[in-house]
Design a protein around this ligand. Structure first.
Ligand code: KG4
Ligand code: ZN
Length: 363
C-alpha cells in the first residue's frame, strides 16, 4: 500500500542510555523533515559506575520517557490525533529499556488507534541518510557505535545484507575499555580521541587486527589486550604515556578500519554494483580522525561519502520516527503483540554468505 500524502510519525528510542523521542514528517515525494528531536543522555546516571548499568538505564527510561514524548509533541506543535503512526525501537538493545519504549508506543497506538511500527534500531541507523541527504539505494553503511560494528549493504527498506561485523568487541566498546584501563573518565571514546590528538602515534607499534584478510570482519580485543599489556608494563603512567598510548591505539584502529572498509566496498561492488555512497553512522563516527580516514577510504574507492551530522549519528528519536515513516509508507506495520527483542539481526531474513557463516551473530 503506497501512501503519497505527507505523514507525521512519533519515534521513541530507549535501547541503551539515551531516552529520546521525535516527530518526523515524510513527504509524499519521500523527503524528510524533523519537527522535533529530544534526546536526554543518561551519562550522569551511569558515570559513577564507569559504564551503562542496565537496571539503572531501564529505571531512568521509565522516569524520563513520558516527559520527553510530551516535549517532542509540544515542540512539533501537534496533538496525538495528527500522527499517522507511532514507532519505537523494539530492539536490539538492553531489554529493560526496550520494554519501556515499546510499551509506551503500544499504549499511544492503542489509545489513538494509529498503527504501531516496531523498528529495528540498526535499521534506523541504516536509513538515516535518506532523512538527512535523501540518499538513493543501494549504499554501503559503516555502523560504528558502542554496541555495533558492521558493514551493511543497504539495498532497500527491509533489504539489508551484512558484509562484515566484529567477531569480538565493537569499536566504541574498545575505545571505552582502553579509556577505562588508562584511568580516563566515562564515556571514554571522546577522551581517548582528545588524548590521542596530543600524543605520538608512532611510539607504540600495536597490531593492526585482520589486516589483509579477504573477508570484511573486524576484531578489536587483541589490540585492546596489547594496549593493556603495554600500559601495565609501564605503570605508573605519566600523562605523556597516556597520550601516546591513545594515539598509537587510535592509529591502529583506524588503519584496521580503513582496510576492512576497503574490502567491504569491494565485496559490495562485486555483489551489488557501485554503491551510491559510503555512509558513516554510530557514536564513533563523531571521531574527527576517523572521519578524516573515511574521506581517504571513500576517495580511494571512488565513492561519495555521506556523514549525517553527529547528533543524528548517535542514538536519537528522529531516526526511529523516520524508519517508522519509511515502513509505514510501504504498509509495513506491526501488531500490538510484537515482542521486544534483546537481539535482532538486521539481515535476519537474508541468506548469510558462506564466508561469514561462522562469525558471531547479532552484534
Ligand atoms: O551510537 P552511540 O551514541 O551509542 C551506542 O553505542 O549505541 O555510541 C556511543 C559510543 C561509545 O562507545 C563512545 O565512547 C563512542 O561511541 N564515541 C567515540 C567518540 N564519541 C563517542 N569513540 C571514539 N571517538 C569519539 N570521539
Ligand atoms: Zn545506536
Amino acid at each position: 500500500m503506497a501512501n503519497d500524502l505527507p505523514t507525521l510519525v512519533l519515534g521513541i528510542e530507549t535501547t541503551c542510555d539515551e531516552t529520546a523521542a521525535a516527530v518526523v514528517e515524510r513527504g509524499g515525494d519521500g523527503s524528510g523533515r524533523i519537527l522535533s528531536n529530544i534526546v536526554r543522555s543518561q551519562i550522569a546516571e551511569h558515570a559513577p559506575f564507569g559504564g551503562v548499568v542496565p537496571e539503572i538505564a531501564a529505571r531512568a527510561h521509565v522516569d524520563l520517557l513520558d516527559g520527553i514524548v510530551a516535549g517532542a509533541m509540544k515542540e512539533a506543535g501537534i496533538g496525538f490525533d495528527r500522527l499517522a503512526g507511532v514507532a519505537a525501537a523494539a530492539g536490539p538493545g538492553l531489554i529493560g529499556g526496550v520494554i519501556v519504549g515499546l510499551t509506551t508506543a503500544k499504549a499511544i497506538a492503542l489509545v489513538t488507534g494509529r498503527p504501531l511500527i516496531a523498528v529495528n534500531h540498526l535499521e534506523a541507523h541504516a536509513l538515516t541518510p535518506r532523512l538527512t541527504d535523501a540518499l538513493a539505494f543501494p549504499y554501503c553503511l559503516f555502523l560504528a557505535s558502542g554496541g555495533h560494528t558492521q558493514i551493511v549493504a543497504v539495498r532497500g527498506v527491509g533489504d539489508y545484507v551484512r558484509l562484515g561485523t566484529t567477531v569480538d568487541d565493537a569499536i566504541g566498546e574498545a575505545f571505552d575499555k582502553v579509556a577505562k584501563m588508562l584511568g580516563l573518565p566515562y564515556p571514554g571514546g571522546p577522551q581517548v580521541e582528545r588524548a590521542a590528538s596530543r600524543g605520538d602515534a608512532t611510539r607504540f607499534r600495536f597490531p593492526r587486527p585482520m589486516l589483509g584478510r579477504a573477508d570484511a570482519n573486524f576484531s578489536l580485543s587483541g589490540l585492546k589486550t596489547a594496549v593493556r599489556n603495554e600500559a601495565s608494563r609501564m605503570t605508573p603512567l605519566q600523562p605523556r604515556d597516556i597520550d601516546d598510548l591513545c594515539a598509537s591505539f587510535q592509529a591502529a584502529v583506524l588503519e584496521s578500519m580503513a582496510d576492512r572498509l576497503s574490502v567491504g566496498l569491494r565485496l559490495f561492488a562485486e555483489q551489488f554494483g557501485a554503491p551510491t555512497a559510503l555512509v558513516a553512522a554510530g557514536g564513533v563516527a563523531a571521531n574527527q580522525a576517523l572521519r578524516a580516514k573515511l574521506e581517504d577510504v571513500a576517495a580511494e574507492a571512488g565513492t561519495p561519502l555521506v556523514m549525517p551530522p553527529p547528533a543524528l549519528c548517535t542514538d536519537n528519536g528522529a531516526m526511529i520516527a523516520w524508519a517508522g515513516a519509511e515502513r509505514l509508507a510501504l504498509g509495513l506495520v506491526d501488531a500490538l503483540a510484537t515482542p521486544p527483542r534483546a537481539r535482532w539481526r538486521l539481515d535476519e531474513d537474508a541468506v548469510t554468505p558462506p564466508q561469514f557463516a561462522n562469525t558471531r551473530a547479532s552484534r
